[in-house]
Design a protein around this ligand. Sequence first.
Ligand code: SF4
Ligand code: ZN
Ligand code: ZN
Length: 343
Amino acid sequence: MLNLSGEAIFLKLPKIVLERTGKVKLSAVNGMMCTVCKRKEAFFFRSYSGEKLCKKCFTQSIENKTRATIAKYKMLDFNNKIAVAVSGGKDSVSLLHVMVKIERDYPKASLVAVSVDEGIRGYRDEAMKIAEENCRKLGVEHHIISFKELYGFTLDEIVDNIKKKGTNELTPCAYCGVLRRKALNVIARKVGANRLATAHTLDDEAQTILLNMLHGDALRITREKPVTDENNPKLVRRVKPFCMIPEKETALYAYAKKIEFQSVPCPYASEAMRNDVRLFLNRMEEKHAGIKYTLFNTVEKMRQTLEKATQPEKIKKCLLCGEPAAQTVCKACEMLQAIKTER
Ligand code: SF4
Ligand code: ZN
Ligand code: ZN
């Protein structure tokens, strides 16, 4: 990683990762030492904190930050059974590696990996293999639930249906998001977990805050938080241990630890507005280091006031599937009903 010419060099990550995170600059300039251990050559400059870190101090800082986030938001108890949601992408695979380390400090806690196979040919099948391989190396039990077994359709079949019909305004991601959220809860409950850890990064959180503002959805801003409330016995509490870690750094963690992850993009990835927000935030972050964190933190500071100003969500039981729902029929059943009647 040493660049003897003294120029900044960039990490060679797959194009799809760089498009999401912006360039990952490895400032291994000649003679720059790690500001933490002061012994090894730095390979990464953390612009928002001014730290220059060697590989070891960098990976340790990610693990320490994750521990600190878990403690700050009281995400876990010492005896939890944690289900880590693993898609096979860099964020979730990095999270699995970090959580396995953290869980070792708590002898009464246990950890499993859970994955959702949406049924996306040539994409999710490869990701599942990568998730499986990481679990095998780490000695972690891996449980998979598929859209096909749970809903009777793969996402490919749902998309074919949308295309044939030609009138549906919902994107594949809109279906995928709702159906995956429910599937993750079902599998986490099935394996007896009382925490579901997802790999949402600081970038995801900052983007979601802005998107919700742009959509005028104040209620969603209060609902999307680092740890969900315990408001229904059938809803496994969701925690986001990476919510204060930039996506760029989860990619760098995977790179530094030589962790295998999937880098092929999903064929249905669209989310036009999220992409715009992502680009905007990445540009802002380059000019004003720490801006994503500031945005996240501002909402955290306002959370209590926001929660007081909005009605708490009443969780009902879906009339069709019995799962928790905001309305009399859950969003997933509503979507599936529409698909069935359209066929
Ligand atoms: Fe699902 Fe969209 Fe993500 Fe593909 S990009 S896995 S369709 S949410
Ligand atoms: Zn160091
Ligand atoms: Zn339902």
